[in-house]
Design a protein. Sequence first.
Length: 262
Amino acid sequence: MAFKAKAKHSVTDHPQYRIITVEQPLSIAAESYRRIKTSLEFANVDTRPQVIQICSSMQGEGKSVTALNVAATYAEDGKKVLVVDLDFRRPKLHRSFRVENKDGITDVLAGHIKLEQAIKHGEHGIDCLNRGSKAPYPTAILGSDNMADLFKTLRKQYEYIIVDCPPILAVSDAAIISKLCDGCLFVVSQSKTEKAAARESVKTLRDNGVNILGCVFANISAKRGDYYYSNKYKYYYQNYYGKENEAAKANEEVAEEEKKEN
């Protein structure tokens, strides 16, 4: 995801942080991310969450890619969206946006730069606030009054804020970050997450009074028994959108003919 920044950055592409909702908007994967957004909206009609924390038990379970794609679904609805990287120990979001990990949230808190200088305005309507300079004491910074004040400011500027955070079982940061958020989406990887780890993570979240908005299953592979259903769903999905696109094309052709006649 390239930025329209004037500054030159020495960066590397990281395909594992793909925003599939943008790259393949009509894919089943993209539609699955839209369902997450819809579920959040209907599950909390009176008090829709504005700041949403994305977390998982351990590293590599899909929380970062989930954060990016959930943000993309709000952006395609025309909402003003910001993704914030609060994984101070192993920040990753800057890689997807193809920018260097400098001039970020830690630099704002340290008073080195202003907030507007730290926010990167990306394509497709998604803004990013990366970590920036390495933080010597992440836990203390995350729980500081300055961080709380910064999020109050961000709430006034954005309709939705998606927060990527460290693994729950690795460090205590996730519980601290939850105080800044309205709720948490817990990501579970079919191929990596162990049942015991998932149970312990949910217990940790509940013990800390975290509002668990729901669970997202990532890295799911269809079994043989699911093959028929999976392919049948794919056929109906593509057929539905195929007909919709054909109808739209037909309408465009009719409109073009009317212009010629007039």
